[in-house]
Design a protein around this ligand. Structure first.
Ligand SMILES: *Cc1c(COP(=O)(O)O)cnc(C)c1O
Length: 228
């Protein structure tokens, strides 16, 4: 299937999941995850209506953005090292993978230099898997308090990755926990309505994520095919 056909199919699946959950499909942003995908195929996706692209490496995204052009919004979804924060702050509109106040501070400082404000999400490691780079949920409160003091980042919500498992109930519990954590944090910190994004759901689990309240699904393989 072509990328354009895949876009149609994914949008149908998003709409069906929204219908099951009594949600409006316009409340779910489809982010096309273009890591490892060549720029010409990424352009096909943009032509087919993809407005938002996710990458997990800063350098790869910068090179691709030169070819793909200014249209789409770029989301950094992979782990960010502080020595890449300056370049990241110049390209990305959203950084989903913030796991410390320090990295948010670096992003804020560099965003200020280019007169930008970045939207950031705190990535939580809810599955407790050691190989995950997200924040320990026990540190969420202090991290939110720290990020809120920064002038050039806007705290947009939370992100997580489900555990590596075929157990759909475990995946669902993880997504539900992220939603409940967002609600609790909003009340506890008196956060504005803009603290609303739940970045959760990938090719294997985006329908479950939507049923549990996802507002941003990060879909790679269902859009572009298997990665090499
Ligand atoms: C690669 C990646 C995705 C997309 O995964 P698919 O299974 O290809 O949909 C989503 N989120 C993150 C953080 C990723 O690294």
């Amino acid at each position: 299937m072509s990328v354009a056909e895949n876009v149609v199919e994914i949008r149908d699946r998003i709409a069906a999941a929204c219908a099951r959950a009594g949600r409006n499909p316009t409340d779910v942003l489809l982010i096309g995850v273009s890591k490892t995908v060549a720029a010409d195929r990424v352009r096909e996706a943009v032509t087919a209506g993809i407005t938002d692209l996710g990458e997990n490496r800063v350098q790869e995204a910068l090179e691709k953005a030169l070819v793909v052009g200014a249209g789409p919004a770029w989301h950094l979804i992979g782990h960010l090292q502080s020595n890449k924060a300056k370049k990241a702050a110049g390209l990305f509109s959203w950084v989903h993978s913030v796991n410390s106040v320090e990295i948010a501070r670096d992003l804020s400082r560099h965003a200020a230099e280019s007169g930008r404000t970045l939207s950031v999400l705190v990535e939580l490691n809810l599955a407790g898997e050691a190989q995950r780079t997200g924040l320990d949920p026990a540190r969420l409160d202090e991290t939110i308090s720290g990020i809120r003091t920064l002038p050039n980042v806007s705290l947009g919500g939370l992100m997580t990755m489900a555990p590596f498992t075929d157990d759909h109930d475990a995946v669902r519990r993880c997504f539900r926990e992220l939603r409940e954590t967002l609600g609790r944090a909003r009340v506890q910190h008196g956060l504005p309505d803009s603290f609303r994004e739940l970045s959760m759901g990938m090719t294997g689990d985006f329908e479950i994520a939507i049923e549990e309240g996802s507002t941003m699904v990060r879909v790679g393989r269902a859009l572009f095919g298997e990665r090499a």
